[in-house]
Design a protein. Structure first.
Length: 312
């Protein structure tokens, strides 16, 4: 969800938001930051997936599945206690795929802006870093979906805002959102729709620091935060100071998917999709997401190159 699409549809109709159960109680949610990751879910080789890898397929290294991941924030990926090993849900998914393909996993930490060039040049075999499927990206890359692209609205636990089900529910609220993100564009569209209907405008707030952002919610300087559900759900589960008020697709009003990204025509997508579906079927996938409180973003079936978000 690292892009900012322009308005794609006229503002009409209402939004039905799915409300999820509250996050895991903070006391029950434990995070393992050890580089060894003893709790990481491992998998056996999947012959059906391996057979789909073309004989002439080019890997960055023999016998290795090299995956680029941006080590930004948990639960997606961050550095372990040794300050050099990446841990999180993305490394766990990468491990399941590597195991399925019968290859050793090697993770490369990359800046978000650098992954397209590195992948295209063959520096690594895949990117597993919260990449949303878009039609523009499909011109250069292949995709194997593994998680829903979900945005969440989080409020202070015990605060006055209970649920956000449709755009009118944010009228008059002070809402924190990231600048130059697709969630900002969604929020601005909702606000425009509300103002046109005679409702109070939203006060949009921006914070560069995550700690300051969370303090603003907890102190009452802001009413809600709108952003990637994976990140906010993880923080809510850790301390219980914020809670989920509503969720919706990161591509609103369209559905959006997060996917393993490979070079266009590299021949790896079908094998990776089969690997993921095998892990979904045997329960390893669910266990991997549960480790990082991402159960709510699970998919029931991986797809190769599904319809992506339209070009801006």
């Amino acid at each position: 969800m690292h892009f900012s699409p322009k308005l794609r549809r006229t503002l009409a109709g209402s939004l039905a938001l799915a409300t999820l159960t509250l996050p895991v109680a903070a006391a029950e949610f434990k995070v393992d930051l050890s580089p060894e990751q003893p709790g990481r879910v491992r998998a056996a080789k999947v012959d059906a997936a391996i057979k789909l890898i073309p004989k002439d397929a080019r890997f960055a290294k023999d016998g290795v599945f090299t995956v680029a991941i941006n080590g930004g924030r948990l639960p997606l990926a961050a550095f372990a206690s040794d300050t050099k090993t990446l841990v999180g849900s993305e490394p766990d998914i990468a491990q399941l795929v590597a195991d399925s393909l019968g290859r050793k996993l090697e993770i490369v930490n990359v800046a978000w802006a650098d992954w397209p060039l590195g992948l295209s040049s063959g520096k690594y075999d895949a990117v597993i870093s919260n990449v949303t499927v878009t039609e523009a990206r499909k011109e250069k890359f292949d995709f194997s979906t593994y998680r829903k692209d979900t945005l969440g609205i989080y409020v202070k636990t015990g605060g006055p805002v209970k649920q956000v089900r449709e755009p009118k529910d944010i009228a008059g609220l002070r809402v924190i959102v990231g600048a130059s993100t697709n969630q900002e564009q969604i929020l601005l569209r909702w606000n425009q729709q509300n103002v046109a209907a005679g409702l109070k405008p939203v006060e949009v707030q921006y914070y560069d620091d995550d700690v300051v952002q969370r303090l603003a919610i907890q102190s009452g300087r802001a009413d809600a935060y709108l952003g990637p559900n994976a990140l906010a759900a993880f923080e809510a589960a850790k301390d219980g100071k914020t809670r989920l008020a509503g969720t919706f697709s990161g591509g609103w009003p369209l559905n959006a998917d997060i996917a393993v990204t490979t070079r266009k025509g590299a021949g790896l997508a079908a094998a990776i999709t089969t690997a993921i579906n095998t892990q979904i079927g045997n329960g390893n996938y669910a266990k991997a997401l549960k480790r990082w409180n991402l159960d709510s973003e699970a998919i029931t079936q991986s797809q190769t190159n599904p319809a992506g978000l339209p070009k801006s």
